[in-house]
Design a protein around this ligand. Sequence first.
Ligand code: NAD
Length: 282
Amino acid sequence: MSARCLDGRTLAKQLQAELATHIAGVDSQPVLATLQLGDHPATTLFTRAQGTLATRLGLGYTSTQLPSDVTQAVVEAQLKAWNDDPGIHGIFVQNPMPPQIDPQCISAVINPLKDVEGITPHHTARRFFARARIGSCTALAVMALIESTGESLRGREAVVVGNSEIVGRPVGMLLLDQLATTTVCHIATNERGHLQEHIERAEILVAAVGKPSMIPGAWIREGAIVIDVGINVIDGHTVGDVEYDTAAARAAYITPVPGGVGPVTVTMVMKNVLEAYRAQHV
Ligand code: NAD
């Protein structure tokens, strides 16, 4: 079998066209504010990509960058100012954050109505009950790519590798919502030597670790849907967590890296801004 490439750029363009139409139809311009802490290159790239796309889709956009030694109090003051500003509809804090910043406290400060990452306790709780209006942008992107295959998830074996709060866990919850039989693997699964047996069972595999080509293609089940979230830069080249060529020879569908999950994720941020705007204008 040779896998069909799940091209995130094409899917993102389709979603963006629909989104631009919806944005053009609202009464005033929804505005996204992003906060970058420090100058991590990946964060700078993502911030720039958000700004470019927001503007192209007709959203307003503002971004603030604070130094890497910024204090928690200063970050919270910035977020509270945006909470109180009726001209800001969506707030996004870029990851990774410097070590002195507590991400959980940050999520608790953002007004849930303006949370466009689905990280506030309000949205996290709603996700548990499968009633989230705003979801993790990356998790929504993963689900949109799976949905684009037209395959039903009901009763299928889904395996997520990675259990982070912003990717692995929310993906696991969304797969469960679709009644996939869902296993979430993580570092300890690997320590016990059980990773391979779980991955070999996966009809749907989502890799979200951040280790270059750590999942051998030979582990991929024939006919699987493989979604590679990992972004790893080696010698200037970006690769995913899955060994692409050998995996593509076995899978039915596979996302490339780059050009898979990434473009859809940034689109989901914009979708969430529109959702947030609507929730503030009911
Ligand atoms: P993270 O570091 O917060 O979490 C990594 C997860 O991998 C943890 O759950 C950890 O337990 C698990 N892990 C680590 N080593 C492992 C091993 N050997 N075997 C099994 N599990 C292991 O990372 P994150 O923020 O969840 O991001 C994961 C990857 O996804 C990174 O490469 C990141 O750059 C990428 N990412 C991509 C997008 C996108 O839009 N494409 C968005 C967010 C993150």
